[in-house]
Design a protein around this ligand. Structure first.
Ligand code: AHG
Ligand code: MN
Ligand code: MN
Ligand code: MN
Length: 339
C-alpha cells in the first residue's frame, strides 16, 4: 500500500469535512517549521546551537524566569518565520514571548490563533536527549480585528487542532484535528511526514508512572499518599508493582504514554507556592490533553478536566495528571476525597 503523506492525509480530512483549507495550510506551515527545527536539533554541537543564550555577558532570561537556550530562541524564530511565509494565518503566542504577536496590517486577519512551546525539554538539549515542539490552535473570536493576549484565553476544549513534534531517534509529528490522534514519521529522504500510526489508543490501565519524585517533600497530602501507595507495589493498597520513567521532556514522556500507556504527573508543589505547578496550561497542558483525550486517555489538574479550565493568564501554570484513563481517575480520586 502506498504511504500516506501528511499533505494527503490532510486533503482527505478536508474532503471528510474535518478541516478547512486555512487550518490545513496552518498545520502544514507548522509541520514545515518542525522539519527545520529537526535539522537544527540534529546538528547538535556541529550547528553551534547548544548552550544558553548569553546577552552582554549574562544568560538571557525569558518571561518564565528561565535561562533561554539558543535552541529555544532559534525554534521560536523558525515557527514565527514559517507563520509569516505561510501568510500570517494566525496570530502567535509562545513560551518564549512576553506577549502575543499580532498579524501585520498588510495581511487579512487570520481566523486562527497559534500557541506553541517552540522547544520543550530544553534541559535535555545539551545532553543529547529527545526534545520537542508543542502547538495548539484556537479560533480567533468572531469580529476581532487584531487579536491581543486576551483573545488567546480560551479553555482547551475550544482547540481545533493540537500536536507535537518529537526530535528523537526518528522525528515524529503527532497530531489531532478532533478526529483521533495520529502519528507521522519524517522520511528524511523525501523530506515529508508519512502516516505511521492512525488512531493511537492509550490503554485504560497502566503499571508505569512518570513523576519527578525529587519534589516529593513539597507535594500536598493527597499527592504524597497516592505516590506512597504506588511505591508500596503488590504489598500495598494498589495490589500491583509499578515501573517508573522520567525523561524530563514532556513531549517524550507523553509520546511514550500515547504509545504504551502510563500516567504523567507534574503536580502542584510548595517549592514555588505562587505557581500552580511547573507546566504551562496554554501551550503544554491543553494541547497534550487534547491529544491524550482523542486517544481515549484523560487529563486532569488533580481535581477537574484540564480542558475545562478557564485561563486567566497567557503563561499560567497548571498541575498535570494525564494518560491512562483509569489511573488518572484514581489519582484524581485521592485528591477529591482529600478535599
Ligand atoms: P521547557 O523545556 O519547554 O521549559 O519544558 C520543560 C518541562 C517539561 O518538558 C518537563 O516535563 C518538565 O519541564 C521537567 O521538569 P523537571 O526538570 O523539574 O523534572
Ligand atoms: Mn515545555
Ligand atoms: Mn520550551
Ligand atoms: Mn522553558
Amino acid at each position: 500500500m502506498s504511504s500516506i503523506s501528511l499533505t494527503r492525509f490532510l486533503i482527505e480530512e478536508e474532503r471528510a469535512g474535518h478541516v478547512n483549507p486555512d487550518l490545513r495550510l496552518l498545520i502544514e506551515v507548522v509541520a514545515r517549521a518542525c522539519k527545520s527545527i529537526s535539522v537544527a536539533v540534529g546538528k547538535g554541537a556541529l550547528g553551534g546551537v547548544l548552550g544558553d543564550v548569553i546577552a552582554s555577558g549574562a544568560a538571557s532570561i525569558n518571561v518564565q524566569g528561565e535561562a533561554q537556550k539558543k535552541l529555544d530562541v532559534l525554534s521560536n524564530e523558525i515557527l514565527l518565520e514559517a507563520n509569516a511565509w505561510g501568510g500570517h494565518l494566525a496570530a502567535c503566542a509562545s513560551e518564549e514571548m512576553d506577549h502575543s504577536q499580532p498579524i501585520p496590517d498588510a495581511f487579512p486577519r487570520g481566523a486562527y490563533l497559534l500557541l506553541f512551546d517552540p522547544l520543550d525539554g530544553s534541559s535535555n538539549i545539551d545532553v543529547n536527549v529527545s526534545v520537542g515542539t508543542i502547538f495548539s490552535v484556537l479560533r480567533c473570536p468572531e469580529g476581532v480585528e487584531q487579536a491581543g493576549d486576551e483573545h488567546f484565553l480560551q479553555p482547551g476544549r475550544e482547540q481545533v487542532a493540537a500536536g507535537y513534534c518529537i526530535y528523537g531517534p526518528s522525528t515524529m509529528l503527532v497530531l489531532t484535528i478532533g478526529h483521533g490522534t495520529h502519528a507521522f514519521t519524517l522520511d528524511r529522504e523525501q523530506g515529508s511526514f508519512v502516516l505511521t500510526q492512525k488512531g493511537m489508543r492509550v490503554p485504560e490501565e497502566t503499571k508505569e508512572f512518570a513523576i519527578n519524585v525529587s519534589n516529593q517533600r513539597h507535594w500536598e497530602a493527597p499527592m504524597q499518599r497516592y505516590v506512597s501507595d504506588l511505591l508500596a507495589g503488590k504489598e500495598g493498597p494498589r495490589g500491583k508493582d509499578f515501573n517508573m520513567r522520567w525523561i524530563a521532556s514532556m513531549v517524550a514522556d507523553v509520546h511514550r504514554i500515547l504509545t504504551r500507556g502510563g500516567i504523567f504527573i507534574y503536580p502542584w508543589d510548595r517549592k514555588d507556592p505562587g505557581k500552580a505547578g511547573k507546566l504551562r496550561l496554554m501551550y503544554e497542558a491543553n494541547p497534550m490533553a487534547m491529544l491524550v483525550e482523542q486517544a481515549g486517555g484523560a487529563a486532569s489538574n488533580g481535581r477537574e478536566r484540564i480542558m475545562d479550565i478557564a485561563p486567566s493568564q497567557l503563561h499560567q501554570r497548571v498541575p498535570v495528571f494525564l494518560g491512562s484513563k483509569k489511573e488518572v481517575a484514581e489519582a484524581t480520586r485521592y485528591h477529591l476525597e482529600h478535599d
